[in-house]
Write a new protein. Structure first.
Length: 316
């Protein structure tokens, strides 16, 4: 009867688990039929797959925890599953990376100086139109730019924010297909459409044959119709409008860079309470922004009455 071997205290592996008897380890290593689903045994006992080129050296002796085999010259050096010899190097790499991240130097945000790509598509051709828009209760002729079109009446209404189909009937009547409009919108439509020579009156919103006289309460006492606000003009500026002022007298000025360039006293075709037509011409001294000012001088002190200002741009 063979003597019974008793394990001494301390014959444990470094993790504190009791080592398996040699005959059991040998049995497991040589078992040709491992349990279903279990990973195939590896010669080094580490549980890691072994390249075929290293099986010879791996079969010679099992690796001890914390030791590596590379003396045989194999390209795939085997390291224990713990990789304890790599740990100091890994910690050193982490420390160096942390030192670099903790540096006091900070990178400034970069600003791209590359201009954005420019579209090569041709710009859509536009044309200027004058629309009469009510501001602060009165009509103000304003220049807008719309796509080139022959349907200028419909384009003008669309620029007013009142898109509608417009047709020209007999007698110079513009028929606007809008069922409901406010009195202010009717004034905008009538003044805008009757600027075209072919239009004499307007049918809109259930009302027929509307003229400027029918919506004249929205016109200011001095109405400069040309140039309209925002227009581009030449050095010689022709000014046209209507006025309802005392003794049909008004003053028209041209101001550039805050200085009075030219001033003229103009007499309209009729005085208040009638509305007369007036026209004059002023000359700009330079290209750039300019302001046309029109007012009726007070009979008492010559102060400005019913003043209007029209910003324009003088083209080179």
């Amino acid at each position: 009867m063979a003597p019974i071997r008793v394990a001494k205290t301390g014959e444990h592996d470094r993790r504190g688990a009791r080592a398996s008897p040699p005959d059991q380890r040998e049995h497991r290593a040589r078992d040709p039929h491992p349990p279903e689903g279990a990973a195939p045994p590896t010669p080094n006992g580490s549980g890691l797959p072994v390249p075929s080129s290293c099986r010879k050296c791996a079969d010679s002796a099992p690796l001890r925890p914390g030791r590596a085999r590379g003396s045989s010259g194999c390209a795939g050096t085997l390291v224990s599953v713990r990789g304890r010899r790599l740990l100091p190097a890994l910690l050193l790499a982490i420390a160096l990376a942390a030192a670099g991240c903790g540096s006091k130097k900070t990178s400034s945000p970069t600003t791209s100086t590359t201009p954005p790509p420019t579209s090569t598509a041709p710009a859509q051709n536009t044309m200027p139109l004058t629309v009469y828009k009510i501001r602060k209760g009165v009509l103000v002729p304003t220049t807008v730019h719309v796509a080139q079109t022959q349907a200028v009446a419909s384009a003008a209404l669309a620029a007013l924010g009142l898109p509608a189909k417009v047709s020209l009937a007999a007698g110079g009547t513009a028929v606007v297909e809008l069922a409901h409009v406010t009195p202010a919108e009717a004034a905008e439509i009538v003044f805008t459409l009757t600027q075209f020579p072919a239009v004499q009156q307007v049918d809109v919103g259930g009302r027929h044959g509307l003229t400027r006289a029918d919506v004249g309460s929205f016109a200011p006492l001095i109405l400069v119709e040309a140039p309209a606000a925002g227009a581009s003009v030449g050095p010689q500026i022709r000014i046209l409008g209507t006025a309802e002022v005392f003794e049909a007298t008004l003053v028209v000025q041209l101001v550039q860079r805050g200085k009075l360039v030219e001033e003229k006293t103009v007499t309209a075709s009729a005085g208040a309470p009638q509305r007369g037509v007036f026209t004059t011409e002023l000359n700009a001294t330079e290209a750039g922004p300019a302001t046309i000012i029109a007012y009726a001088p007070s009979a008492e002190d010559g102060s400005h009455q019913h003043e209007v200002r029209i910003p324009v741009t003088v083209a080179p």
